[in-house]
Design a protein around this ligand. Structure first.
Ligand SMILES: Cc1ncc(COP(=O)(O)O)c(C=O)c1O
Length: 381
């Protein structure tokens, strides 16, 4: 397989370990094992810790423990544990699904801009990929009429990602039903990349049901990375028809084999405290969204945005005489601030902002970004 470089990942790895103010990050402030244990009732905490310390670190059940698959299945309306495959992040679930469902020459529709995997992997498989625009040209909204014009009798897969990375766009429940019906009308699958599930913003849009709940052509992909702040566990999953799950599991035998045993156990612990974690995330989002809105208002005339309707991300448009890679590199190397270059998503004069950082670091990052932007107001180089 020949595959295009993953532009955002290449850029992030250049800076993410050095900068003080990472406000490009796609996730929410991570939790520690200690934080998870603190969520346990006082009389259960010591026993939970002991069970983690004594867990034999052998190979784990290949498709995820029954306990974890049951807890994940219970987050959907109509899904049983044998319809869940636990994977190494949502990224592995997506990769397996593309490889199992698609052949060279198949027609695929994927959002654009997007988490690059969603269109680059189908392209690498040799598919004919149509891009469904959800950027500035459509006001950062999903336009289902535009999707309808892309669907053909040869369409094999429609990829949706809601809340959307990088724009924060949301597919409404009615539009999601239309997308599903369009796919069904031509016998296509719908892959719902729901990595930003459960991450709502104040006055945001309502969430559509996960696509796996819509019918037999729907497959949902989820993760603990974004909505649980646990990307280091590398626990994702897919929820779909048993046959698709079996075929993906068969391919996974050649790749990562099984989830990490300790990660599986910590994921079970985290899922028990879903409500606490969602509430904690919401506090971070409320604080950072308010700070970002104030900051962008201060920069009226230079910065503009459509605030996220859900999730953690938005694209900021800027009016300065500098391309986005030069600006993002200067922010990172000279000011220790990470804002991702729009060019990594195919959109010049944009920067991607993430609102999941610790609020004091987020606010300090915006203040430092102001100093950097000031320097670019008058061309200096
Ligand atoms: C839309 C989307 N899907 C999937 C992933 C992969 O997440 P993970 O593999 O950490 O679960 C990401 C990560 O940024 C993402 O933004």
């Amino acid at each position: 397989m020949k595959i295009e470089p993953f532009l955002l990942e290449r850029w992030m790895t250049r800076h993410e370990t050095h900068v003080k103010f990472d406000i490009a990050e796609s996730g929410i402030l991570p939790l520690s094992t200690h934080d998870l244990l603190q969520f346990e009732p006082d009389d259960a905490r010591a026993a939970t810790l002991e069970s983690l310390l004594h867990l034999p670190l052998g190979y784990s059940e290949a498709c995820g423990t029954l306990a974890l698959r049951s807890a994940l299945a219970a987050t959907y309306g109509n899904v049983s544990p044998d319809q869940i495959l636990v994977t190494t992040g949502a990224i592995e679930a997506n990769f397996l699904l593309f490889n199992v469902l698609l052949d060279a020459g198949d027609h695929v529709i994927a959002p654009y801009p997007a988490y690059q995997q969603l269109y680059s992997v189908p392209r690498a498989i040799g598919c004919d990929v149509s891009l469904w625009h959800v950027g500035p040209e459509t006001g950062y909204r999903y336009d289902v009429d535009a999707l309808e014009r892309l669907v053909t009798p040869k369409t094999k897969l429609i990829v949706v990602n809601t809340p959307h990375n990088p724009t924060g766009a949301m597919l409404s429940p009615a539009d999601a039903a239309r997308v599903y019906a369009l796919a069904e009308s031509v016998g296509a699958w719908v892959l719902g990349d729901e990595a930003y599930r459960w991450l709502s913003v104040p006055d945001g849009d309502p969430f559509a049901p996960p696509v796996v709940e819509m019918g037999a052509r729907g497959i949902s992909v989820g993760t603990l990375s974004k909505p649980y702040g646990l990307p280091g566990l590398r626990i994702g999953w897919m929820a779909g028809p048993p046959d698709v799950i079996r075929r993906c599991w068969g391919m996974r035998d050649y790749i990562t084999l099984s989830p990490g045993k300790l990660s599986d156990a910590l994921a079970c612990l985290a899922l028990r405290h879903h409500d606490r974690i969602v509430a904690r995330n919401h506090e971070i989002i409320v604080a950072n969204l308010a700070a970002a809105s104030r900051w962008i208002a201060e920069w009226r005339g230079v910065l503009s945005w459509t605030p996220p309707r859900g999730g953690l991300l938005a694209l900021l448009k800027y009016d300065l005489p500098v391309d986005s890679l030069t600006l993002a590199d200067a922010l990172a190397t000279e000011h220790s601030v990470m804002l991702a270059p729009g060019s990594a998503f195919g959109y010049e004069h944009h920067l991607r902002l993430g609102i999941g950082q610790r609020p004091d670091i987020f606010a300090a990052g915006l203040a430092e970004a102001s100093r950097a932007l000031d320097a670019w107001r008058t061309p200096r180089r």
